[in-house]
Design a protein. Structure first.
Length: 650
């Protein structure tokens, strides 16, 4: 269903905000027709209580476009809104920058709270225990943590610098929280944050927390939740939602979790729990998980494993539960008794989890993540998440907006809507304010071999030398594999007069900073750099993608998804592989033009975009811009910087 654009009652207010208030009051505000169009569509979704799927091209200013109608709705009514982002960075930007800036020009009395998972907060009680026992923490680290804990207002562990994640993992809030018996409850950061969230009308969280909330509700029959009830939902960077849902809904058993439970059980060995049997259980655990380490680091299907392989461990966990259950504690041992109850619950959960993973359940795929650290995990992942999202998320809200710059593929939303359980949602496409025909040239060289050919990377290097000479460096080279990245890095080394930066030679943030600072540098990167890289200005004037970014076909969950489509008589390549590649290609393309002043070339080195029948589908997913296969046009484009792009239509 398309958004019709029919006006609703508050249209005047929304329009007034974007055409009058913001341009006059917000320093540096640029009016963008697409932003107003999106705001009006969100306003209608709120008024008419429907689901809206909105693709908002790069530079639309979509955050402001949904915040204004949301605040208008909150100001006028009694609904609660949850905004879920894909990253903590965007979550914090909305809370700490966008909302305060908007409040300066439009003061609306709305209570806002930032919601983060409990493991993001310091547990004062665990910190006290750790300091008291002195386990695994140096005096310097103790001073550092205590100093920070004394002055922090939030207890958010993201504020701590200079301490390892591993160490912070020992002092964060976890399932062992002893509330309501905690002597530090009054000053507990997590409980304070939770209270703020429960009192707020507008909650800013991330997608992991949003989905953890529906999972907890489901597991506890609605008795418990991570978030309070809400009626309106906004999912930003929504193309991530099905993937995050798949991750959160995965049922997982890890060797270290079993080890931790056995360690905890040792506390009870002085109360009648047989120490020898515990050691046997520990040995069974190690042997069990070690048997999954022999296949290297690749993820693999559990199908090929003996279904009775887990029997010894399951029997051991059953024994542990019964032993714990039989322990008798005196009146003065209430603490221990409560601890025993919690441990029993965790042991039973783990036993059921492992049993579930080893049972063939329709709709789930069981697989092993071997891991490079010798600590494998066993997983059962739902093959499709659409039904779950539809039933537990979208059916329980009055209105929802799902937005991103990359939702449509091949000119429609079918793939995203089917994947996310949003078949009935209203659609709107808001074009980017950028003039891609003037600002951008798409270069599709025709003289390179097929990407599988052993000549592909050597010949790509030769062509890159010419492209980078024309662009004077200033390029982001995106790869689908480290193998390709390394081949090109080695090939270009010493051949171009520009600094080569390579993923892996530093943290992402510092590499990007170096890339920004050294305007002519060339950055070579893979996966995570295909999105989220925002480098406006001349330092990023050329984006090169080595291959069509098809997903790795060997992952068991991906294979199960393809097989499920095949069983339904659908073509998995057209229904899954191609739309996913189109979204990623679009994300890579989106790194180039970040402002109205930006100008540059995107080059796709994979000849399949024009030699295969599916090439048009991929190209139709990209912004409308001039296209060429002539290197001369690329040279002319860079030589005439400031003028329009030359090239033909697709
Ligand atoms: S209430 Fe729980 S999370 Fe808070 S300090 Fe106590 S044990 Fe830690």
């Amino acid at each position: 269903m398309q958004d019709t654009g029919k006006m609703s009652m508050p249209a005047d207010l929304i329009s007034h905000m974007f055409t009058s208030v913001l341009p006059q009051e917000w320093l540096g505000y640029e009016a963008r027709p697409g932003q107003l169009q999106l705001a009006m569509a969100v306003s209608r979704a709120l008024d008419q209580s429907h689901l809206l799927v909105a693709e908002a091209g790069t530079g639309t200013g979509k955050t402001l476009a949904y915040l204004v109608p949301l605040l208008r709705d909150l100001d006028a009514g009694s609904r609660r809104v949850v905004v879920a982002t894909a990253t903590i960075a965007l979550q914090e930007q909305i809370f700490a920058k966008d909302l305060p800036q908007l409040a300066q020009v439009w003061p609306v009395a709305v209570k806002v709270a930032l919601a983060k998972g409990k493991s993001q907060y310091l547990c004062r009680w665990r910190l006290g225990q750790m300091v008291q026992l002195g386990l695994g923490i140096s005096p310097r680290e103790v001073d550092h943590l205590l100093g920070w804990a004394h002055q922090t207002q939030t207890g958010d562990l993201n504020e701590v610098e200079g301490l390892s994640r591993n160490l912070l993992g020992h002092v964060c809030v976890d399932d062992g929280c002893i509330y309501p018996r905690c002597p530090l409850e009054e000053n507990c950061f997590w409980l304070q944050a939770r209270r703020r969230v429960w009192q707020a009308q507008l909650i800013i969280c991330n997608q992991h927390l949003l989905l953890s909330d529906i999972q907890v509700r489901q597991q506890t029959g609605g008795q418990s939740s991570v978030l309070p009830e809400y009626q309106v939902l906004v999912v930003d960077e929504a193309h991530h939602l099905p993937g995050v849902a798949s991750e959160i809904l995965t049922i997982r058993a890890e060797a270290r979790k079993v080890g931790w439970l056995i360690l905890e059980a040792r506390r009870f060995s002085g109360h009648g729990l047989a120490r020898g049997k515990l050691q046997e259980l520990e040995a069974a655990n190690q042997q069990f998980f070690a048997s999954f380490c022999s296949r290297g680091t690749e993820a693999y299907l559990l199908d090929s494993v003996n279904p009775n392989q887990a029997d010894d461990l399951l029997d051991g966990l059953q024994w542990l539960w019964e032993e714990l259950d039989s322990l008798v504690f005196g009146d003065a041992e209430a603490d221990l008794s409560e601890r025993r109850e919690r441990l029993k619950e965790q042991v039973e959960n783990l036993r059921q989890t492992i049993a579930f993973i080893f049972t063939s359940t329709p709709g789930y795929v069981s697989w092993v993540e071997a891991g490079g650290n010798g600590l494998p995990s066993l997983n059962a992942t739902p093959i499709a998440v659409a039904e779950h999202l539809r039933h537990h998320l979208f059916n329980s809200v009055e209105a929802a907006l799902l937005t991103s710059a990359t939702l449509a593929t091949g000119g429609n939303f079918d793939y995203f809507k089917q994947n996310a359980g949003l078949e009935t949602a209203v659609e709107v496409v808001v074009p980017s304010p950028f003039d891609f025909r003037r600002q951008c040239l798409l270069y599709l060289p025709r003289n390179l071999p097929e990407p599988e050919s052993h000549d592909f990377y050597p010949q790509m290097v030769e062509l890159l030398v010419d492209i980078l000479e024309a662009s004077r460096g200033r390029a982001l080279l995106l790869f689908t594999s480290f193998r390709g990245l390394t081949a090109v890095f080695n090939g270009l080394s010493g051949r171009i007069p520009y600094h080569l930066l390579r993923q892996g030679d530093g943290a992402k943030a510092s590499l990007l900073e170096a890339f920004r600072q050294d305007v002519h540098s060339v950055l070579l990167a893979t996966a995570s750099f295909w999105e989220g890289v925002d480098v406006p200005g001349p330092a990023l004037s050329c984006v090169v993608m080595d291959r069509i970014p098809f997903a790795v076909p060997t992952h068991p969950v991906y294979q199960a998804r393809l097989a499920a489509h095949r069983q339904q008589g659908k073509d998995p390549f057209w229904q899954v592989s191609l739309p996913e590649a189109a979204i990623k290609l679009k994300q890579g393309f989106g790194r180039l033009i970040r402002s109205r002043q930006d100008r540059g070339v995107v080059a796709i080195m994979d000849r399949r975009v024009f030699s295969r029948s599916y090439g048009n589908f991929l190209l139709a997913s990209l912004p409308d811009c001039a296209v060429t296969s002539a290197l001369e046009d690329v040279r002319a484009f860079f030589a005439g910087e400031g003028g329009p792009a030359t090239g033909g239509d697709r």
